[in-house]
Write a protein that binds this ligand. Sequence first.
Ligand code: NAP
Length: 531
Amino acid sequence: MCNLDAVLDIAVIGAGFAGLHMLDQLRRYEFSCHAYESAIGVGGTWFWNRYPGARCDVESVDYAYLHDPELHETWQWSERFAAQPEILRYAEHFADRRGLLPHITFGTTVTGAAFEDGAWNLTTDTGERVRARFVVTAVGCMSAAHTPPIPGWERFGGTVLRTSRWPAEPVELAGRRVGVIGTGSSGIQVVPELAKEAAELVVFQRTANFSVPARNRPLTQQERNAAVARYEQQVHDARTTRFGHAVIGTGKAALETDPAERAVELDARWARGGTHIVATFTDTGRDLRANAVLADYFRDRVREQVHDPATARALTPTGYPIGTKRLCVDDGYYETFNLPHVRLVDLRADPIQELTRTGVRTIGGDHELDVLVLATGFDAFTGALTRLGITGRDGRALTEVWRDGPRSYLGLAMAGFPNLFTLTGPGSTMVLSNVLRAIEHHVEWVRDLLVHAREHELTEVEALEPFQDEWAARLAELASGTLYPRTDSYYLGANIEGKARVFAPFAGGLDAYRRICDAVAAEDYRGFRTA
Ligand code: NAP
């Protein structure tokens, strides 16, 4: 396909929602471009995370491209929260509709990217070598899987499965003893589904999470029509709201609301299901006392749903503010623990010691298993980028430059790494906003910059160090106004041993973020060196 003799204008790494949209836009603007994708199909996260129960925690009608009005009008989501197969079909449909497949090399992982003599040389695990003037990474925030450092992996004789790399072929679980490590969004979704099949299910929980019921259900035709009619409003919301889509808050502070009224508002959102409940009040994300109001409400709901008091106690999240780890959205998670063949192992009280040939050994004893499911998360935000083997100007390795945490300008570009743009990179809003909205903004912003570079015959575009420093300071300041830094979470890199603790996302909201990026563009790409 492409080789060192044929220099591309732009190489795109990844063919999930970000990569597909980027590739499509670049083709529309007549750049020579090509994408490289590890998987054998499009979809990114939705290609890999095909575990039973995988579904989006943003409502389907909001977790969809807005840049393609015809697609918006014609695609019919079947459920309020689409399941993985349907979201994957949507990505495939988009790729098909835009004729993107011939412009993607599948089954090919980029293993090296070096900026040399004014362009990027990419190398892949299939031995391909590609030269491109610009590179856009679309590798996702949550794609580098994390394997916990538990002794004895080589000993375990059963089957090990990961939610983040679930096999495409059916997995036989009937009659088997299944264990799950991890109770984040993935674990909480997979547990009820595994319980339907497994003879015995053991859930190993280190930290109890806050979770809200999805109340998923089929969408009515009326609701679908309403979503189509809401298109202009959605486009407006994408630009003007914190998350990139409308959320139904009260606009009031919890601490200034009468307890009876608080309960009414929270009950209504709990009954409706989904994450909107965290935005009920304006002060729960920054005031610990207000946060406790919301957290207590969730704790009461756990006790209501779980019959056994000791299990309920262990499943009740304590010790950190609600919302400082991503709120989970479940479909019968807590009720699952009322089933006779499901049990919880609270790793705070009974830590894992090692894996044995036949299962998991905790301090309290051995748990014999045929299948062990890892729902243990990701080296979030940076892992997928640092694994690309990127070296910038003067051979500086990204892994070295980011040793003390990620540094970027706008989350989009890095000093020392010219002509490289990172869609939904660390320093942008990432998972603190609707990722589809963040992707669309980034793709269009980067596309405009590339068009600008072409029009002005620029050969190099690079973030300037002082602006990057200023951005880091701004990120830290925004985070310090929230409760996020109080909790060990992947937002801070705290889930990975030895990873620098830096709060990576832009916590000021997608609306504010967009305004900054737009101003940068309007001021002739302030903060970028161009040549
Ligand atoms: P995660 O939120 O990072 O959860 C990982 C889980 O594994 C946590 O419960 C963690 O416990 C546990 N864990 C990690 N290392 C462990 C160890 N050594 N021993 C025991 N437990 C260990 O990962 P995730 O559930 O895959 O979700 C990641 C993100 O992906 C989500 O926050 C969300 O952004 C996205 N996602 C979204 C959806 C959706 O849209 N519905 C579904 C899945 C994922 P600790 O909390 O104690 O670290």
